[in-house]
Design a protein around this ligand. Structure first.
Ligand SMILES: [Zn+2]
Length: 351
């Protein structure tokens, strides 16, 4: 059955606070696209902008989701800043060795040119190719990961960064590192928009309550994300803000950054999140990617998606999707069930 509007129209209306025909659906499926493309080595796939774009386009042709998230994981900016990143054969790249040994080394870091560093240039190429192919019909998020706190934790090394925070002896140096990371992120996020993406994103899960206390979040993560969102919005750029894990204790702050989209997962309190977001931003999520989408049945997916729609969709401002990245093993029929749920239970034009 053909629908009355395109995915792009549906999503733009949603972000505008209006009611489209139904709830839009996103997929956070860069790992599934590697499998879809039959990549024997994910390591090669995630360094190849053409292949990543083709995987995204093929997945869109197969599933017909409204919102595409183009990325290669959570280590690209870190790699561009000198972090040693490991490319794995069967999973997303991960940060392995930090780029600096002490907070004093921050001044030696240089903001990378996203068009010159290969990993960033390939990601940008992927975005551009997807936009050229289907950007007139679907809503494309050119992922800007990582956010300032997340990038800082990779550049400094997660455990050392946690010690820096806990000791609290050099707050100005921590903020200097975060300032640098914010600049790196800003430059790359703008480059994503320069490829024609409709939106970019800040991924800052290491700053969530599952990892650090809300007090540290308010002191070290929030101010830099707020400034980043302000700077992007001053350029007319839409931005999504992703923190997975239980974000409920900081949901008010996440919304108050002014981000166009706030991404939540299955651990978040849906009612409190809805109350915080209503009329202010669009929530995206929150279906459990591993527990439900990768390992549940289509009926499980349908039930969880329906529950999310019932709580999060009223009044608009909601995009249904996974709470975080889908495992590459996620069955196609579960993705079909997710999209069917939006068509079945997420209609606004029949209410
Ligand atoms: Zn996540």
């Amino acid at each position: 059955m053909s629908e009355s509007m395109t995915s792009l129209e549906r999503t733009l209306l949603t972000l505008d606070g209006k009611l489209p025909d139904r709830v839009p659906v996103d997929l956070h499926n860069f790992q599934m696209t590697a499998r879809l493309m039959g990549a024997t080595s994910f390591a090669d796939f995630y360094r190849d902008g053409d292949a990543m774009a083709e995987g995204q386009i093929k997945a869109w042709e197969r599933f017909g989701h409204d919102v595409l998230i183009v990325e290669n994981g959570t280590a690209a900016l870190a790699e561009a800043c000198g972090v040693h990143v490991i490319y794995q054969d069967d999973a997303a790249p991960v940060a392995k060795e930090p780029a600096i040994k002490s907070l004093d080394d921050v001044d030696s870091l240089e903001v990378p040119d996203p068009y010159k560093v290969p990993v960033l240039a390939e990601n940008l190429k992927a975005t551009r190719r997807v936009v050229e192919a289907i950007g007139d019909r679907a809503f494309i998020i050119g992922r800007g990961d990582q956010g300032p706190f997340s990038l800082a934790s990779e550049i400094r090394g997660m455990s050392d960064f946690m010690v820096d925070l806990a000791l609290g002896e050099q707050p100005e140096k921590i903020h200097r590192l975060l300032d640098f990371c914010r600049e790196v992120a800003y430059r790359y996020m703008l480059a994503q928009i320069e490829q024609g993406a409709h939106c970019t994103s800040i991924g800052d899960s290491p700053s969530g309550p599952d990892v650090i206390s809300p007090r540290f979040y308010r002191e070290y993560a929030y101010p830099h994300v707020k400034r980043l969102v302000d700077d992007l919005k001053a350029q007319g750029v839409r931005v999504a803000y992703h923190i997975c894990g239980n974000s409920t204790p900081i949901i008010e702050e996440m919304v108050s950054t002014g981000a166009t989209i706030v991404e939540i997962d299955q651990k978040a309190d849906l009612r409190l999140s809805k109350a915080a977001a209503q009329g202010k931003t669009t929530l995206l999520g929150p279906v459990d990617p591993s527990g439900v989408l990768a390992n549940g049945t289509p009926d499980d997916v349908m039930a969880k998606a329906r529950e999310a729609i019932e709580i999060l969709a009223p009044g608009g401002g909601f995009i249904l999707g996974p709470g975080c990245a889908l495992p590459d093993t996620t069955p196609d029929e579960n993705i079909d069930a997710l999209i069917d749920a939006a068509k079945r239970y997420g209609r606004y034009d029949r209410r």
